[in-house]
Design a protein around this ligand. Structure first.
Ligand SMILES: CC(C)(COP(=O)(O)OP(=O)(O)OC[C@H]1O[C@@H](n2cnc3c(N)ncnc32)[C@H](O)[C@@H]1OP(=O)(O)O)[C@@H](O)C(=O)NCCC(=O)NCCS
Length: 157
């Protein structure tokens, strides 16, 4: 499995995982617009194929199993998307995506990272806590379909 920058070719596969995971998914256009910006970090987790010949993983085009997105503003990052395809969960890919995004953010002089997560999303909250994120606030009824509070979490890097 490799973690690398998201490119346009990845967007259809990413958008499919997004639809599988969220009731209000980002569109392909939202991903395309975001990855073309300078002030973002968008990474994918790609399965490496064993029958690889002489081509690089990027050229071979293995299956995209997860992704993470972050917007950068001054010295702060905001994670906007993280997901791993359901049949690939609990294998450490979410963890690797968070760590890779933190490393890339640190390289770009980001000092802290914020995110919002549904209060009931125990697996994501646990993943974030494991990576040093702490609750810094609540946004009442932030989410729709279904309505739910968001927990705001933050980590210094
Ligand atoms: C949250 C998500 C990205 C985790 O991805 P993953 O690849 O399964 O996570 P990992 O295997 O790397 O697990 C890392 C840590 O996350 C937490 N975690 C992951 N799945 C969990 C689960 N089902 N229950 C509790 N904790 C869980 C644990 O802390 C785990 O560490 P541990 O294995 O030492 O206990 C994945 O469940 C997902 O895509 N969910 C749907 C989309 C989503 O909700 N995204 C977050 C939006 S804010």
């Amino acid at each position: 499995m490799i973690i690398r920058e998201m490119i346009l070719k990845d967007v259809p596969a990413v958008a499919l995982i997004e639809q599988e995971c969220f009731s209000m998914p980002w569109s392909e256009k939202s991903f395309c617009d975001s990855i073309s910006r300078e002030d973002t970090i968008f990474l994918v987790c790609e399965e490496e194929l064993t029958d690889c010949g002489t081509h690089s993983p990027k050229e071979r085009g293995g299956r995209i199993v997860g992704y993470i997105g972050m917007y950068l503003s001054f010295e702060e990052g905001e994670i906007t998307n993280v997901a791993v395809s359901s049949s690939y969960r609990k294998r450490g890919y979410g963890q690797r995506l968070i760590q890779a995004a933190k490393d890339k953010a640190a390289d770009r002089n980001i000092k802290s990272i914020l995110l919002e997560v549904r209060k009931s999303n125990a697996s994501a909250v646990s993943l974030y806590r494991r990576n040093g994120f702490e609750q810094v606030g609540i946004r009442k009824n932030f989410y729709e379909r279904p309505a739910e509070d968001a927990i705001i979490m933050k980590v210094g890097i």
